[in-house]
Structures are given as C-alpha cells and as structure tokens.
Design a protein around this ligand. Structure first.
Ligand SMILES: Cc1cc2nc3c(=O)[nH]c(=O)nc-3n(C[C@H](O)[C@H](O)[C@H](O)COP(=O)(O)OP(=O)(O)OC[C@H]3O[C@@H](n4cnc5c(N)ncnc54)[C@H](O)[C@@H]3O)c2cc1C
Length: 370
C-alpha cells in the first residue's frame, strides 16, 4: 500500500469518491470556488451518462456521445485524479484506503453511486445488465452478434421500458417486459402505466405483470407461479442497491444507503458529505429520488457549501427537487419520441420535442466535461 504523496497545501482538501454524475458535477462547480484543493478517487477513465445507455443498446448512439474522458477534464479543473478504487475510510484519522493508495482528507464527499440489485434471485447475476458502460457494451455486442429472437427484460421501471422501446425499434426480436407488480412503471402514476402499456403494445412488446422471477437459466426465466418463459437473452433492470464501498463504511445508514442530514452531510459527521444514489436524503417529509437530475442539483449545492466550509461560513440546507411523492421522468419511447411525466400528469402521446429535450439534457451533460 502506497501513501499518496500529494503535497499538502494551505487549502481545504476535499476528497471525492466517485466521478459519476454527482462527483464530476461537484468537482466542475467546486473548481470555480476559492480555498479548495480537489482530489478525485475514481477507477474509471471516463465520466458516463447512464441515461443514454438504452439509446446505445438500441444502436442509436456511440460511446463518445454518452461519455467524456476524465483526464483532460481533471487537468482543466485542476483536480488530482487518483485512478484507484476506495476500499475503506478511517474517519478518526481522516484517511481513505484504496487498492493502491492511502489518501488524507479534510472533507470527504461520498458519491460512489449504486450497483445492480439482484435481490438474491438465482442465476440473475448471469443475465445481461445495463447499469455500467461495460455491461451495456457487452449486451449490445451480444444483440449484434447473436441476433436473439426472444428477449426478456426484467423490470418495468423507466430503464426497462426505454430498453424495450429501443430494442423493439432497432431489432426484429420479440420483446417481453416482466414486472412483479400489477402494472408497468409501478413507482410512477397509474396514468403513466396505462400510457406506456399502449405504447409498448403498439411496438409489439408483450408485457407480463404479476410475474415474480424465481430463477434465470440459460434460455429461460422461471416464475414463482411455476410458469416459465423461453428466451435467448435476459436483461435485468429491476432495482439498484448500495455500492460495496458503502457497506464497508461504519457510518449511519438507512436501508443500506448513507443517511444524510439537511446539509447533505452524513448524519452526525461534520466532515463527510454524501450525494447522489449512495445517499438516503429525507428532508421535510420528502425523499429524494435516485436520479441523475437530483444528483446534479445535490452536487451543485454541495460545491457551494464546501466553499462555505473553506471560508468558515455557515452551511445552507438543501431542498429536494425531485422527490418520490412527485417524481419527474422523461422516458424515451424510441423513434425519436419521449413522454414526460410529472406526478399524476403525463403528456398523453409520445412527442418528438420531449425526446429532443431529454436528449439535449443528457448529451449536454456529457459535453460540459469535454
Ligand atoms: C440505464 C440507466 C438509465 C438512467 N436514466 C436516467 C434518466 O433518464 N434520468 C435520470 O435523471 N437518471 C437516470 N438514471 C439514474 C442516474 O444515472 C443516476 O441516478 C446517477 O448516475 C447517480 O449519480 P451518482 O453520481 O450518484 O452515481 P454514478 O453516476 O453511478 O457514479 C458513481 C461513480 O462512483 C464510482 N465508484 C463506485 N465505487 C467506487 C469506489 N469504491 N471508489 C472509487 N469510485 C467508485 C463509479 O465507478 C462511478 O463512476 C439512469 C440510470 C441507469 C442505470
């Protein structure tokens, strides 16, 4: 293990774990503030926009459009990029232990995101996933090489729906969407479910609701009711869980996620912040959604609060924008269209303008790091 020889400056050293949407956006904003020395711990060499993975899987965009290289971005922002994976942290000594380095901090920001959750379903880990760039590239290669005839998509959240739409439009496969609840998009309004069912039916996608997956084998999916579905490819999109690093940290958690206070600091710790998917953020009775949109706003807010810490000023509390009680979603439905959902409201037909807006948001996120 090497002690990273970063020359100590008289600045507040902020170490950020995770250079995804939250971490990268925080660094971009913090770089314009005075009094901060910024260090990023991130094993990957690219910032990725996961929202564009379904578009990539459907063959509509390339890797360059949904990722940005980290090195030039960090150089431009005067951020030290430690290409390493954080394993644990010592909060008394204020030190992060990585696979190859130990790094000291004054303030730590935890933004390691989430990982796919397989809920202990037998064989699920062998299914394809689109939670990381690597997984998504693997899935696209499989579609292009083997041209599967039947694809089962497990989970009917926005990711499952977008994946079904892009694959239905760009391949000749028969697509099945499998959902254990009694309707599609169970975390969004009933109106959204009805609309999406119509859109999928129009594309020939078959929806199987009330189907709890019991196990996944090569060539089939078995359900808890004893029935099975034959398929040549299974894509698992059903749910996320905390990143392994979070499990190893001795910090307050809720349902496995880092418990944040109203300033987005980990409960009870003045020098550790948690943002993005890894955090459980519940303020004034509202629970923050685990979305890129929320991660970005939390990142901007935290960058401003870090500048306040450097100056010795009081922190400002955070106000949740996208909460689980009135979620905002823009869901691509293929063919250059998307639907917009806000709480109980949803645009009744997919519109090009909504897709153009969603695509502009996602692509401009990537462009701002180039
Ligand atoms: C397929 C898909 C589609 C999506 N579509 C949308 C959408 O349309 N709109 C929307 O708002 N949201 C969408 N989301 C959700 C959105 O991508 C996430 O909410 C967002 O990326 C969370 O940001 P984050 O910074 O918390 O985590 P991430 O962006 O996942 O970044 C986490 C980073 O931490 C790094 N990391 C993990 N562990 C360690 C460690 N131990 N040491 C160092 N680094 C580590 C990872 O390598 C990664 O780079 C989608 C997600 C997926 C998977």
């Amino acid at each position: 293990m090497r002690r990273m020889n970063l020359e100590r400056q008289t600045l507040l050293r902020v170490v950020v774990i995770g250079g995804g949407i939250g971490g990268a956006e925080l660094l971009r904003n913090a770089a314009t503030k005075e009094g901060l020395e910024l260090v990023l711990i991130e094993p990957k060499d690219r910032i990725e926009c996961q929202a564009l993975y379904p578009d990539y899987l459907g063959g509509e965009i390339g890797i360059e459009e949904m990722t940005a290289p980290l090195e030039p971005f960090c150089r431009k922002m005067d951020v030290v990029h430690v290409r390493d994976r954080a394993l644990k942290a010592d909060f008394a000594d204020k030190r992060v232990t990585c696979e190859k380095n130990d790094i000291d901090y004054d303030v730590l920001v935890l933004a390691p995101g989430a990982v796919q959750n397989y809920f202990g379903v037998e064989g699920a880990e062998k299914a394809f996933a689109i939670n990381t760039l690597e997984d998504t590239v693997k899935a696209r290669r499989f579609v292009e090489k083997t041209r599967p005839k039947k694809i089962a998509i497990i989970g009917s959240g926005p990711t499952g729906i977008e994946t079904a739409c892009f694959l239905a439009d760009n391949t000749s496969c028969k697509i099945f969407v499998v959902e254990m609840m009694d309707r599609l998009l169970p975390t969004l309004s009933r109106n959204a479910s009805i609309l999406m069912e119509k859109i999928l039916a129009g594309k020939g996608v078959e929806v199987l609701t009330n189907k709890r997956v019991e196990s996944i084998q090569d060539g089939s999916v078995t359900f808890a009711d004893g029935t099975a579905l034959d398929c040549d490819m299974t894509i698992w999109t059903a749910g996320i869980g905390p990143a392994p690093l979070i499990e190893s940290l001795d910090l307050p958690k809720k349902n496995g996620w880092l418990l944040a206070d109203q300033y987005l600091r980990v409960e009870g710790r003045k020098d550790v912040f948690a943002i993005g998917d890894s955090a459980w953020i519940e303020i004034d009775g509202k629970l923050a959604t685990k979305t890129g949109m929320e991660a970005e706003i939390q990142a901007k807010h935290t960058a401003r609060n870090l500048a306040r810490v450097a100056k010795g000023d009081a922190l400002k509390p955070y106000s949740i924008r996208a909460s689980t009680d009135s979620p905002v979603a823009l869901i691509s439905t293929g063919c250059g269209c998307a639907v917009g959902i806000y709480g109980d409201l949803c645009v009744p037909i997919p519109k090009r303008i909504i897709y153009t807006f969603k695509s502009w948001i996602d692509k401009s996120f990537v462009k701002r790091f180039k």
